[in-house]
Design a protein around this ligand. Sequence first.
Ligand SMILES: [Zn+2]
Ligand SMILES: [Zn+2]
Length: 129
Amino acid sequence: MIRRNTIQRNLVLKAVRQLACHATAEEIYVEFAKVHLNISRGTVYRNLLRLCEAGEIRKRQMPDGADRFDHICSDHYHAMCARCGKVFDVDMEYMSDIEKLVKDAHGFTFTGHDIVFKGLCPDCTGKPR
Ligand SMILES: [Zn+2]
Ligand SMILES: [Zn+2]
Protein backbone atom coordinates (compact mmCIF):
# COMPACT_ATOMS: atom_id res chain seq x y z
CA MET A 1 0.00 0.00 0.00
CA ILE A 2 2.84 2.36 0.88
CA ARG A 3 4.46 1.64 -2.48
CA ARG A 4 1.25 2.43 -4.35
CA ASN A 5 0.85 5.71 -2.47
CA THR A 6 4.37 6.75 -3.39
CA ILE A 7 3.76 5.98 -7.05
CA GLN A 8 0.57 8.03 -7.06
CA ARG A 9 2.27 10.88 -5.28
CA ASN A 10 5.08 10.95 -7.80
CA LEU A 11 2.62 10.89 -10.68
CA VAL A 12 0.71 13.84 -9.23
CA LEU A 13 3.99 15.71 -8.74
CA LYS A 14 4.92 15.01 -12.36
CA ALA A 15 1.56 16.32 -13.53
CA VAL A 16 1.98 19.59 -11.59
CA ARG A 17 5.49 20.06 -13.02
CA GLN A 18 4.34 19.30 -16.55
CA LEU A 19 1.38 21.66 -16.35
CA ALA A 20 3.64 24.34 -14.87
CA CYS A 21 0.81 26.84 -14.91
CA HIS A 22 -0.40 27.34 -11.34
CA ALA A 23 -3.29 25.00 -11.94
CA THR A 24 -6.13 24.51 -9.50
CA ALA A 25 -6.65 21.10 -7.90
CA GLU A 26 -9.57 20.57 -10.24
CA GLU A 27 -7.50 21.37 -13.36
CA ILE A 28 -4.78 19.02 -12.19
CA TYR A 29 -7.33 16.30 -11.56
CA VAL A 30 -8.85 16.72 -15.05
CA GLU A 31 -5.41 16.49 -16.69
CA PHE A 32 -4.46 13.55 -14.54
CA ALA A 33 -7.68 11.67 -15.17
CA LYS A 34 -7.04 11.73 -18.92
CA VAL A 35 -4.04 9.46 -18.43
CA HIS A 36 -4.87 7.62 -15.23
CA LEU A 37 -8.44 6.63 -15.72
CA ASN A 38 -8.92 4.84 -12.43
CA ILE A 39 -7.84 7.58 -10.07
CA SER A 40 -10.31 9.44 -7.90
CA ARG A 41 -10.56 13.17 -7.38
CA GLY A 42 -9.96 12.61 -3.67
CA THR A 43 -6.69 10.81 -4.32
CA VAL A 44 -5.38 13.64 -6.46
CA TYR A 45 -6.45 16.29 -3.95
CA ARG A 46 -4.96 14.36 -1.05
CA ASN A 47 -1.67 13.89 -2.85
CA LEU A 48 -1.50 17.59 -3.71
CA LEU A 49 -1.77 18.47 -0.04
CA ARG A 50 0.86 15.88 0.89
CA LEU A 51 3.23 17.28 -1.72
CA CYS A 52 2.73 20.75 -0.25
CA GLU A 53 3.51 19.46 3.23
CA ALA A 54 6.63 17.78 1.88
CA GLY A 55 7.72 21.06 0.25
CA GLU A 56 7.70 19.59 -3.26
CA ILE A 57 5.12 22.06 -4.54
CA ARG A 58 3.54 25.17 -3.08
CA LYS A 59 -0.04 26.09 -2.59
CA ARG A 60 -0.82 29.68 -3.56
CA GLN A 61 -3.90 31.30 -2.19
CA MET A 62 -5.48 33.63 -4.69
CA PRO A 63 -7.91 36.38 -3.86
CA ASP A 64 -11.39 35.47 -5.08
CA GLY A 65 -10.31 32.16 -6.50
CA ALA A 66 -9.42 28.56 -5.88
CA ASP A 67 -5.99 27.72 -4.50
CA ARG A 68 -3.31 27.15 -7.13
CA PHE A 69 -0.50 24.64 -7.06
CA ASP A 70 2.89 25.99 -8.03
CA HIS A 71 5.73 23.77 -9.20
CA ILE A 72 8.17 26.53 -8.25
CA CYS A 73 8.57 26.59 -4.49
CA SER A 74 10.66 29.71 -4.09
CA ASP A 75 9.18 32.98 -2.86
CA HIS A 76 7.92 34.88 -5.86
CA TYR A 77 5.04 37.06 -6.92
CA HIS A 78 2.14 36.44 -9.23
CA ALA A 79 -0.22 38.17 -11.60
CA MET A 80 -3.76 36.95 -12.01
CA CYS A 81 -5.81 37.64 -15.11
CA ALA A 82 -9.14 39.18 -14.20
CA ARG A 83 -10.81 37.63 -17.22
CA CYS A 84 -9.57 34.08 -17.65
CA GLY A 85 -8.28 33.59 -14.09
CA LYS A 86 -4.87 32.30 -15.18
CA VAL A 87 -1.99 32.92 -12.81
CA PHE A 88 1.46 33.92 -14.03
CA ASP A 89 4.83 34.41 -12.36
CA VAL A 90 6.12 37.95 -12.46
CA ASP A 91 9.81 38.67 -12.77
CA MET A 92 10.45 40.77 -9.71
CA GLU A 93 12.77 40.50 -6.78
CA TYR A 94 11.19 39.14 -3.62
CA MET A 95 11.06 41.80 -0.93
CA SER A 96 11.93 39.82 2.16
CA ASP A 97 11.96 42.94 4.32
CA ILE A 98 8.62 44.36 3.29
CA GLU A 99 7.08 43.54 6.68
CA LYS A 100 9.40 46.10 8.24
CA LEU A 101 7.54 48.82 6.36
CA VAL A 102 4.43 48.12 8.41
CA LYS A 103 4.23 50.92 10.96
CA ASP A 104 1.80 49.33 13.37
CA ALA A 105 1.20 45.60 13.12
CA HIS A 106 -1.23 45.64 16.09
CA GLY A 107 0.77 42.89 17.74
CA PHE A 108 0.64 40.70 14.68
CA THR A 109 3.59 38.40 14.00
CA PHE A 110 4.27 38.14 10.30
CA THR A 111 5.24 34.87 8.70
CA GLY A 112 5.40 36.07 5.11
CA HIS A 113 3.45 37.79 2.40
CA ASP A 114 2.05 37.29 -1.05
CA ILE A 115 1.60 39.85 -3.77
CA VAL A 116 -0.88 39.16 -6.55
CA PHE A 117 -1.03 41.73 -9.31
CA LYS A 118 -4.30 42.16 -11.12
CA GLY A 119 -4.82 42.79 -14.79
CA LEU A 120 -5.32 41.09 -18.13
CA CYS A 121 -3.05 38.48 -19.63
CA PRO A 122 -1.78 38.83 -23.23
CA ASP A 123 -4.40 36.39 -24.49
CA CYS A 124 -7.21 38.44 -22.98
CA THR A 125 -5.92 41.90 -23.74
CA GLY A 126 -7.97 43.56 -26.40
CA LYS A 127 -10.42 40.73 -26.72
CA PRO A 128 -14.03 41.82 -26.96
CA ARG A 129 -16.14 40.58 -24.09
ZN1 LIG B 1 -6.48 36.06 -19.42
ZN1 LIG C 1 4.47 30.83 -9.30
